[in-house]
Design a protein. Structure first.
Lengths: 145, 336
């Protein structure tokens, strides 16, 4: 299992390595909506973001799961917004666009709000390779067919 | 008491000007700082291509409605607080003295808990809080009327008892629904995070008209503040006056709680500060309290969103932590 995992991770990271740095989006990962919570660089998701070659707009956060304000998210203007499908009813691209001011965020304007399967994203384990592949497909739809 | 070298009108003008300056500063304050001239630029022409879209969005869609709302809620809480202090002749009375906060908390908690289950109809949290606040005040009023005797004492006792019971219910609900614990807790601490123009439009009519009604009731308030005997001897219809004050102050409180959760302390201390400035007459006290309350809450909300940025603190924590010592200092100064 570990060998196939490593192989698949290797395939994805090798493809990502060919993507120039200026095409790698900065992203906002929404862990929770009220209070608005994201992830720092040292969590499972934070590391996954790094592995996928993207930049977390809150990579400077000291905590693992910092609460952030709407203002800060709008100020950092992420190109992609990602989240896990746990709060099914509350985290949809439509609802995110309705939050005050969020319609002007690049990710919302360009319709780049993606919800990924929670079982895959929130549990460190053998499905890490699945998670990375799903994340990479969301981040680089053109490069990774 | 600060000597009244400055007239009431002078204080009102001074407070209003301070409020305006603070409003502009608050629009620049938060997770990112914008200089006042940049704020003016954004306010004057939001389509100016030289401006950064994120800055325009932050000022127009987030900070402006939020700051106006903070000022308005502060004014409402302070006005209601001063009315209740007069009605109960009790310097410790605040807008929540007859159960509004407990009722609002229960309503909001029920709405949050039921929104978690998939098959229920979602009730907006603010509406549930509004209904809860008014419901609790109504129950307190009916209980007090049934007890008879000294009407104001009955109201105070019924209010305190019901508040305790309701907060026990809220604790129970929080214990049983730990998935929504954080959301409930954040609401209970109060704040303006995520509030926008819609909240301002829905709450300002009630807040403003309630304040005006309280101001129109300033003569009966003066009379009640000197004691029921005195009020009766002045030939005022006591029951109606008391009813009107309770209804107006409760509507204002409910509207405030519905928009921003339970923000303590502003409604308690703003009337005391106002009394130091303009004395005890309610004609002067209501508008002065309202302005002081607006100033305090605007200040507290600006602090709440900048102290720990990019994290936002619940504004209720700031009002109590910073307001408490300041208030004690002012009281000590006033006594000397």
């Amino acid at each position: 299992v570990v060998a196939t995992m490593q192989e698949r991770v290797g395939v994805v990271t090798a493809k990502i390595a060919t993507i120039p740095a200026d095409q790698r989006p900065n992203i906002f990962w929404e862990v929770f909506d009220e209070p608005l919570t994201t992830t720092g660089p040292n969590t499972f998701i934070g590391q996954l973001i790094g592995l996928a070659g993207a930049t977390n707009v809150f990579a400077d956060a000291g905590e693992d799961y910092p609460q952030v304000s709407s203002e800060a998210v709008i100020d950092r203007d992420p190109a992609v917004i990602l989240g896990a499908m746990t709060q099914s009813a509350k985290l949809t691209p439509e609802l995110i666009a309705q939050r005050p001011g969020w319609a002007n965020i690049a990710a919302v304007r360009d319709r780049r709000v993606y919800l990924l399967d929670d079982d895959m994203m929130s549990r460190p384990g053998p499905r890490l390779a699945d998670a990375l592949e799903a994340l990479a497909k969301a981040l680089y739809p053109e490069q990774l067919q | 008491v600060i000597k009244r070298r400055v007239s009431t009108l002078g204080w009102l003008v001074l407070l209003s000007c301070t409020l305006l300056v603070l409003l502009v500063l608050s629009l620049g304050t938060g997770a990112i700082w914008l200089a006042p001239e940049r704020v003016f630029q954004i306010l004057l022409d939001r389509t100016d291509p030289a401006l950064r879209l994120a800055d325009v969005t932050i000022v127009w869609d987030l900070r402006l409605p939020r700051s106006l709302l903070a000022g308005l809620v502060g004014a409402g809480l302070a006005g209601a607080g001063s009315a209740f202090q007069g009605l109960f002749r009790n310097p410790l009375a605040d807008p929540f003295v007859i159960g509004a906060s407990g009722g609002a908390a229960l309503g909001a908690t029920l709405a949050i808990v039921s929104s978690g289950s998939d098959d229920s109809i979602a009730i907006p949290v603010s509406l549930a809080a509004f209904g809860g606040a008014l419901g609790a005040v109504f129950v307190v009023y009916v209980l007090a009327a049934a007890r008879g005797g000294d009407a104001t004492t009955s109201l105070l006792l019924a209010g305190a008892t019901l508040s305790t019971m309701l907060s026990a219910l809220v604790s129970l609900l929080m214990l049983l629904n730990d998935r929504q614990l954080q959301e409930i807790f954040a609401w209970l601490l109060g704040g303006f995070s995520g509030r926008s123009w819609g909240h301002l439009v829905s709450s300002s009519p009630l807040l403003l008209s309630g304040l005006i009604v309280l101001w129109l009731l300033s003569r009966p308030l003066d009379a009640l503040a000197t004691g029921e005997e005195g009020a009766r001897s002045l030939g005022l219809p006591l029951a109606q006056a008391r009813g009107g004050i309770v209804v107006a102050a409760s509507l204002v409180t409910a509207a405030a709680v519905a928009t921003s959760g339970i923000i303590g302390f502003v409604g308690l201390i703003a009337p005391h500060i106002a009394r130091m400035l303009v004395g005890t007459g309610y004609r002067r006290l209501i508008p002065t309290s309202a302005l002081v309350g607006a100033l305090l809450l605007l200040l507290a909300d600006s602090a709440a969103r900048s102290i720990a940025a990019p994290l936002e603190l619940p504004v209720g924590i700031i009002t109590a932590l910073v307001g408490g010592p300041c208030f004690l200092w002012l009281l000590g100064k006033g006594q000397r």
